[in-house]
Design a binder for this molecule. Sequence first.
Ligand SMILES: C[S@@+](CC[C@H](N)C(=O)[O-])C[C@H]1O[C@@H](n2cnc3c(N)ncnc32)[C@H](O)[C@@H]1O
Length: 258
Amino acid sequence: MSSNPSWNPEQYLRFADERLRPAIDLIGRLAHPGPRVVVDLGCGAGNALPLLAARFPGARVMGVDGSAAMLAKAGAAGFPTQQADIATWRPEAPVDVLFSNAALHWLPGHEALFPHLLGLLAPGGVLAVQMPAMHAAPLRALQDRVAATAPWAARLAGIRSAPPILEPGAYYDLLRPHVAALDLWLTEYVHVLHGENPVVQWAMGTSLRPYLDALPETERPAFLAAYAEALAPHYRPQTDGSVLLPFRRLFVLATRPN
Ligand SMILES: C[S@@+](CC[C@H](N)C(=O)[O-])C[C@H]1O[C@@H](n2cnc3c(N)ncnc32)[C@H](O)[C@@H]1O
């Protein structure tokens, strides 16, 4: 499995509404005249599956994910699922809509991955992808910085979260020669979070997992406290106590020629 940490659906779904919003926005712009097969790559707990089924009634909607814990949730909703690594997964037949929300940034080698995914589409098929573009944001950058300080540096040497995605222009150059239509856009959401250390809680559901996986349970509270302290000046509570988390996401919609 290409760099895929342990996933905890309960922690991930603490912010289910915020995490689903880009999927809703992507599906809102996703057009296909009549797909027979729709696949959600990295479907996780399956939250986007009913939305895809509602958008494309009559299509066979299925989810693919590497995490058994996430798929256990997704399967409970009654959709077919398959446990597989996206990097090596092959569909039985060409796919009409290949959808992926907040998953492909966990895979390296996008220069090869994106053309490969296009190649899995039927004629007229659509690749619809959303990925966080957060590598430089304090949320992500401070994970690396704290992990590189004592006492964690030795234990966390070589541990990284999801690699940075490419610039929009790189996806354009990769995909444009092979598609009939290409739409790229960036959206910065401003999520309004509540509760104690909500940005840490957010990160614990996703990007912080590789570091937590690498630490014994007894050392995690101190690591989380150091991360919370580093984040504090960047995510100050508003007057009502809420914390705002600006979150930038890149969207890619690519349509294969008929
Ligand atoms: C942040 S979650 C997103 C889940 C879902 N798409 C959503 O929007 O709620 C990322 C998901 O991608 C899956 N994933 C990451 N890398 C993967 C890989 N190489 N192969 C299969 N699944 C992968 C994880 O198991 C996880 O469920």
